[in-house]
Ligand binder design. Structure first.
Ligand code: P5A
Length: 440
């Protein structure tokens, strides 16, 4: 992508409305734009990051055996009347009437709708286990939308829903998502700690929130510090192994970890003082096991091997991609801007032409840009005629992991500079060496 033809509206000044660093940097880097309170457009640079986050989420959902579908954002109130949540959900639900005066709503979550899909076609235990997910916009009329897309009214959610015949099978489904979440957040460059959590309007008894420790987090959390160094399940984890996944769950729940709603002061005080971590955190995922809370009122039953009908056992599993993007920035930035983990960076490499219009600089940059693009890299080529200082500041701000800098003096020697955004380390090398480093 040539920057001169791209759309990346950088802000020079710090936006006044941004209270936390991720919101400030997302606005400054031209990633998002607020359209009305708590409702955002994702501009091209932000969209690239969001897409990469979603690709990792999707990959790990699929690995764990979940199946993707797509459900609508607008739902009929009838389904919610069946489950009893239409009245219970309160003011966070945006209620709408269509032209026939039928009550509709903009979905804040999809338990009812997916239960309806299930009951219409699954009749036998032989079709279980089943886990259906989508990555879709939601709307919650939050009383205090804030911090940009961290807590917005319209936001994206990956929501998965599991169906099983028995409680034991449902627990295995829960453990699959538990392990998939550990892997997902790790691949996003984050350390998320599962914590016992309140179930709120979703319901059920068993629930974990996945929390990233950050000073700007909205949740108050308490946990054992050893979680920070626990091993993440590897890519060859067998998601069909009941014992294997139970062992992962048991290990990751063996030490104290709770959000403030579930906090037990006495149990926390039993943790040796030096091991106690009392901090603030960002909730990036939340999983629930709620048994027959929806299947019973909505009549979602399957025939068991005993020939009898059983209400299906369900759980639901949410991740917030539009919250994850600012959460990653909270965890990874410096005074100059964002530092993207390579897995979600909007571009892999930025090629900076320090003197656009200079034949040697132009030729060198074009050569590098073409070679790296051909090798499958996402390359941003800063071919604008901005001053070098502006270009460096922009490259640092948008956080692309590698900068290849071509200035007239180095280019005259057949060389360029390669800068690592994270460490700031710079190395001068031949043009060929720079290309080979990233092509190999
Ligand atoms: C689980 C999937 C649910 O809604 N039903 C379907 C369950 N859970 S939840 O905890 O309420 O939300 C899941 C995740 O969505 C993100 N999230 C938000 N992100 C941005 N702005 C918001 N206002 C917002 N509300 C929820 C969080 O990541 C949460 O863990």
């Amino acid at each position: 992508m040539r920057l001169s033809r791209y759309f990346m509206p950088i802000l020079k000044e710090n936006p006044k409305e941004a209270e936390i660093v991720s919101h400030r940097l997302m606005l400054r880097a031209g990633m998002i734009r607020q359209q009305s309170q708590g409702i955002y457009s994702w501009l091209p640079l932000g969209k690239r990051v969001l897409d990469k986050v979603n690709a990792i989420i999707r990959d790990e959902q699929n690995r764990a055996g979940a199946i993707e579908l797509s459900m609508p954002t607008l739902q009929s109130a009838e389904l919610w009347q069946e489950s009893g949540r239409y009245d219970a959900y309160g003011k966070e639900m945006l209620r709408i009437k269509d032209r026939q005066d039928r009550p509709m709503l903009y979905g804040p979550t999809n338990e009812e709708m997916v239960t309806d899909i299930f009951r219409s076609s699954v009749k036998s235990y032989k079709d279980l286990p089943l886990n259906l997910y989508h990555i879709q916009l939601k709307f919650r009329d939050e009383i205090r939308p804030r911090f940009g897309t961290m807590r917005s009214r319209e936001f994206m959610m990956k929501d998965a829903y599991s169906f099983d015949l028995t409680r034991e099978a449902a627990e295995h489904s829960y453990n699959k998502m538990f392990a998939a979440y550990l892997r997902t957040f790790d691949r996003l460059g984050l350390r998320a700690i599962p914590m016992r959590a309140d179930t709120g309007p979703i319901g059920g008894k068993l629930s974990h929130e996945f929390i990233i420790l950050a000073d700007t987090g909205e949740s108050e959390v308490f946990c054992h510090k050893d979680f920070v160094d626990f091993d993440i399940p590897g890519e060859h984890t067998d998601f069909d192994s009941v014992e294997g996944l139970q062992a992962i769950f048991d290990k990751w729940t063996s030490l104290y970890a709770a959000t403030s709603e579930m906090h037990d002061e006495a149990a926390f005080n039993a943790v040796p003082e030096g091991d106690r971590l009392s901090a603030r955190g960002i909730e990036v995922g939340h999983i629930f096991y709620f048994g027959t809370k929806y299947s019973e009122p909505m009549g979602a039953k399957v025939q068991g091997p005993d020939g009898k009908e059983h209400f299906v056992q369900m759980g639901s599993y949410g991740i917030g991609p539009t919250r994850l993007v600012p959460a990653i920035i909270e965890a990874s930035h410096d005074d100059n801007g964002i530092i993207w983990p390579a897995s979600v960076a909007p571009f892999d490499i930025v090629v900076i032409n320090m003197k656009a219009g200079d034949q040697a600089c132009d030729d060198t940059c074009e050569l590098i840009y073409a070679a790296l693009t051909k090798a499958g890299k996402d390359v941003l080529y800063d071919d604008t005629d901005d001053r070098a200082g502006t270009k460096f500041a922009t490259a640092d701000l948008i956080g692309v992991p590698v900068q290849i800098i071509a200035g007239p003096r180095a280019v005259a020697n057949g060389e360029v500079e390669v800068k690592d955004r994270k460490t700031g380390a710079r190395e001068t090398m031949t043009i060929e060496a720079a290309i080979n480093r990233f092509v190999a």
